[in-house]
Design a protein around this ligand. Sequence first.
Ligand code: AP5
Length: 212
Amino acid sequence: MKLVLIGAPAAGKGTQARKLIARYGLAYISTGDMLREEVAKKSELGLNVKSVMASGGLVSDEMIIAIVKERIKEDDCKNGFILDGFPRTVVQAKKLDELIGNIDKAIYINAPDEVMLERITARETCPKCGASYNKIAIPSKVAGICDVCGEKLEQRKDDTLEAGKARLKTFHDQSEPLVEYYNAQGYLFEVDGLKGADNIFNDIAGELGERA
Ligand code: AP5
């Protein structure tokens, strides 16, 4: 099964992706995580994308397509995968069609900007294991420390109010057209991002059924 997750920043794409992997045994491809790893390693790619990511803009289509093209060739993708954060433009979606043919479903987690901005500014993430918390709604047991691995939690560089607003604008301008793109192809499934994470997952699993 080949799934695409679409949604504004902080809509819950990563949260649902982790649940879907556990249920369907798919490979997980998060272009945001891959880019953040490159930034942390200070690789040439990381140095190139650091400032555009921190400001809430998009990395070039050419660069991101090259990364995904290589990633989907890896062994773990043979039984299917979830793309979280790719495609993010119609250019990327058309390229994905060329690379893999049809997807099975594009899951759009729809949620309003005001709530996403609150989630963005309250988010803390673990740089070691990737666990994600919300200082208000889903705090770690010990403030600032990861429940899973004990690492000190961090705020992502693009989780400031200013960068959050820019990311939302980028989503509406460049990524929202994907909703119509996949709707026209009959692959779109829309879920209400304001529901609890478990309820959203139940909606998605209900749509996907038992297929793997
Ligand atoms: P990326 O890492 O993909 O960031 P994003 O799209 O902004 O998404 P987030 O990771 O912020 O949120 P999410 O939807 O995964 O939500 P999460 O589950 O974490 O990309 C970062 C940057 O990389 C981009 O800005 C761009 O510069 C670059 N980039 C990446 N891909 C690219 C591409 N294809 N082309 C060009 N550039 C690219 O949840 C968020 C918070 O909410 C958490 O605290 C969580 O606990 C909480 N939460 C989740 N679900 C719920 C719920 N149902 N109710 C309440 N709280 C919830």
